[in-house]
Write a protein that binds this ligand. Structure first.
Ligand code: BTN
Length: 253
């Protein structure tokens, strides 16, 4: 994985359907990396798994285009890098940064509730490289839209002063530049360590929803390639896709 930081070209809109649209179109048109689009609100924001991402004013809605060097199989590492950069941009805003945790692969939790999500869309290049990456980040700065299936948090609800979205976008892009530069010099190892430092506690139980079915096991960190290591009985599985869901509480009696 290599890559010098792009010179960001940030376009700010009052309202868009989704900031992903402009970045996806630019990717397909061959626009150089570094385009970033911010909307103060979205009317058709998209989340992972085809979910709607409710997007009231006051939060961050940012998408950007990257054309990183590296191999297509390294794509999941970029997603983890985005999460680490986002955590770095948010941490200085919190009196106690340990309230912020990463949920695999790239959700951010504040006091255990979802406060940010990352959507990465990309197409591998024909040469086995990454091609392009359209990364969309939503952060609940001022509002925490209610989700049907999980608790949500915002910086304001947590008693913190929310930053202005454009100012926060710039600090996020700067954090991304720093991580990209470090990864260019030292590879994925520092990103992996930083992710694990903010990730689940080693040895905690995780339950994963995958197309093949539910898999539950003990978390043992990330593999050097960025896969989730889950021990189930005597086997250690390295997992590259799936969604973490709550482990059911044991029933009494
Ligand atoms: C998730 O489901 O956790 C990912 C949410 C990603 C939301 C962001 S907001 C900016 C960009 N535009 C979108 O429509 N989605 C992403």
């Amino acid at each position: 994985m290599t890559g010098a930081a792009p010179a960001w070209r940030l376009r700010v809109h009052d309202e868009l359907a989704s900031t992903q649209d402009g970045v996806l179109a630019a990717a397909l048109e061959g626009e150089p990396e570094g385009l970033a689009i911010l909307a103060r609100r979205q009317v058709a924001g998209r989340g992972t798994q085809g979910r709607h991402w409710r997007s009231p004013p006051g939060n961050l809605y940012l998408s950007f285009l990257l054309r990183p060097e590296g191999l297509a199989r390294e794509l999941p590492q970029w997603s983890l890098l985005m999460a680490v950069a986002l955590a770095d941009a948010l941490a200085p805003l919190l009196p106690d940064p340990s309230r912020l945790r990463l949920k695999w692969p790239n959700d951010l939790l504040l006091d255990g509730a979802k406060c940010a999500g990352i959507l990465t869309q990309g197409t591998p290049g024909e040469d086995g490289g990454i091609g392009w990456l359209a990364c969309g980040i939503g952060v609940n700065l001022a509002e925490a839209p209610v989700l049907p299936d999980r608790p949500t948090a915002s910086l304001r609800q947590a008693g913190l002063v929310p930053p202005e979205p454009v100012a926060f976008a710039w600090s996020l892009l700067a954090a991304l530049d720093r991580w990209r530069e470090l990864q260019g010099r030292q590879g994925f190892a520092p990103v992996r360590l930083a992710w694990m430092a903010r990730g689940p506690a080693q040895g905690s139980r995780l339950r994963l929803n995958r197309p093949e079915g539910i898999l539950e096991g003990t978390y043992e960190g990330l593999s050097p390639e960025g896969r989730l290591l889950l021990r189930t009985g005597t086997s250690l599985q390295a997992i590259s896709s799936g969604e973490i869901v709550p482990v059911p509480l044991p029933t009494a009696g």
